[in-house]
Design a protein around this ligand. Structure first.
Ligand code: ATP
Length: 231
């Protein structure tokens, strides 16, 4: 594998007696689209939140872009879409990104570039509340793209979207990887990770069951689907 962008060893998160993430060992190589595949409650969001330092692991460790999670130097190089993006409904898409760009000391060019990249230039002046769910989600990716991050971490980016919105988002993710962004995304859709990911980590009950290329996963998926339907 090429350079590792994300490396974890024994990464664990406990909430009281419950182990949400159980000793996860994963590797993401530079330039990959890595899919974190698992059903609801598997531990995907919890793992991604640990990678960006939103929550602390109970045990184990992670290195992201060569730094510990939450390290400011690494965070500047990571674009994140985890929680709902929290945009202002009565501001335009462009103004919402400007607020975020100003906060990070980035100029208008960064906003224009991000809007263009996610296909929202024509609707940039319209209020966020008038956007479709797919557009809202793409604006979230646009926000994550501000500052041209090396790594994008996207939690269920197609969740709740209609088929057209899903297809647009998947195309966008593939294009972003082609632009040079490493992407880590989570999904509960087997077909989705097979379509767009290079490698997949299958998580269930907090445990990483397997990590493989998509081609290898195709064989394993048949077995997995019998035991635990993922769609
Ligand atoms: P989903 O697709 O539903 O978001 P997920 O794979 O992202 O699922 P997580 O959100 O990581 O799953 O949750 C893993 C487990 O940890 C779940 O059982 C969840 O209830 C539990 N959990 C997550 N966050 C907390 C918390 N703050 N306090 C207690 N339990 C939590």
């Amino acid at each position: 594998m090429t350079d590792s962008i994300v490396v974890t060893e024994g990464l664990t998160k406990r909430y009281g007696a419950q182990t949400a993430v159980d000793a996860v060992r994963m590797r993401v190589g530079a330039g990959e689209i890595y899919g974190f595949l698992g059903p609801n409650g598997a531990g995907k969001t919890t793992t991604l939140r640990m990678l960006v330092g939103l929550i602390r692991p109970s045990a184990g460790r992670a290195t992201v872009l060569g730094r510990p999670p939450g390290d400011p130097a690494a965070l500047r190089r990571i674009g994140v879409l985890i929680e709902g993006p929290g945009f202002y409904p009565y501001l335009s898409g462009a103004d919402n990104l400007r607020v975020l760009a100003d906060y990070r000391g980035l100029g208008g060019a960064a906003v224009a570039e991000a809007l263009d990249r996610v296909g929202l230039t024509a609707r940039a002046g319209d209020r966020f509340r008038t956007y479709s769910l797919g557009m809202k989600q793409r604006l979230g990716v646009g926000a994550a793209l501000l500052g041209r991050p090396d790594l994008l971490i996207l939690d269920e980016p197609t969740n709740g979207l209609d088929p057209a919105g899903m297809a647009e988002m998947r195309e966008l993710i593939v294009a972003l990887a082609a632009d040079g962004h490493t992407v880590v995304l989570s999904s509960h859709l087997l077909g989705e990770v097979q379509e767009i990911c290079d490698r997949v980590g299958v998580i269930s009950g907090g445990r990483l069951l397997t990590e493989s290329t998509v081609a290898e996963l195709r064989g394993a998926a048949t077995i997995l689907l019998r035991a635990d339907p993922l769609e």
